[in-house]
Design a binder for this molecule. Structure first.
Ligand code: GLP
Length: 262
């Protein structure tokens, strides 16, 4: 795991956007794995600005989102489909046909999950998957005890996650109980995984994810087993890390040729 510690959420977004832009410039038909939540918003803002000001070209880019609420879709203000259009897709030149978000309105959800996996494979797999993390350590919507080998499927949300996400809805009752999410096994097949975390409410989850034992009780710990996992976190989210200074030193001494964030 590579741990990159930044001062604040804007700096986390800037680093993450640099990695995405680097990939898009080097592989114009790359496959991006995208995430929702407050954490990646600064990254999306920076990518939009790179598109507008530096000609970052999304015309060949393909994307797959991690998850969606069951019962919500393109017409709903709280769907992840809408979130992605508002925060990225409507502002860059990505082809709508290349955009994939799990179908929360599918009549046959199991079939929708199977075909989502098939579409990812058909695209050649995900090159770079961005992740946030829940306060309980979930990634995507893989709640604690999710199988580390799980594939795209329906999950039930923990009450804690519904409460965390209620701020986007009119009330807690409006937050769906069920979601479709890529599995942990699906995420682990991405060539590179980049987890972003900001704020002190993520500090415990981050300490457990980086320095705790691999366990299905903290799904983000699965990334310890990924050959190319990068965690970009701010000082607040890093505040419980025992080896904080070591991670800073490692990045400081990185050979120049390895540096992508500039
Ligand atoms: C939701 C999403 C996750 C996201 C998490 C954290 O549960 N399904 O993908 O990582 O929220 O969100 P935030 O970044 O708003 O803290």
């Amino acid at each position: 795991m590579e741990i990159l510690i930044r001062t604040d959420s804007a700096a986390v977004g800037a680093t993450a956007a640099n990695y995405f832009a680097h990939l898009i410039r080097n592989k114009p038909d790359c496959v991006l794995g995208l995430a929702t939540g407050s954490t990646p918003i600064p990254m999306y803002r920076d990518l939009i600005s790179m598109h507008e000001n530096d000609g970052l070209n999304f015309s060949g880019v393909r994307s797959f989102n991690l998850d969606e609420y069951v019962g919500l879709g393109p017409g709903d203000e709280n769907s992840y489909w809408t979130f992605m259009h508002e925060h990225l897709f409507d502002h860059v030149n990505i082809d709508e046909d290349n955009v994939h978000v799990p179908d929360g309105l599918a009549e046959d959800s199991n079939e929708a999950c199977r075909s989502y996996e098939a579409d990812i494979n058909l695209a050649g797999g995900i090159d770079l998957q961005v992740l946030g993390v829940g306060t309980d350590g979930h990634i995507g919507f893989n709640e604690p005890t999710s199988s580390l080998a799980s594939r795209t499927r329906i999950k039930s949300l923990l009450e804690r996650t519904r409460q965390d996400n209620a701020r986007f809805f009119s009330s807690l009752d409006a937050v769906p109980h069920h979601v479709i999410t890529m599995g942990i096994g699906t995420v682990m097949e991405s060539k590179c995984v980049m987890l972003l975390a900001t704020g002190d409410n993520k500090a415990d989850a981050i300490a457990a994810s980086i320095e705790g034992p691999i366990t299905a009780m903290v799904p983000a710990t699965a990334l310890q087993d990924h050959p190319y996992a990068i965690l970009v976190i701010d000082e607040a989210a890093a505040s419980e890390l025992k080896l904080h200074d070591y991670y800073v030193e490692v990045e400081h001494n990185k050979p120049r040729w390895q540096v992508i964030d500039r």
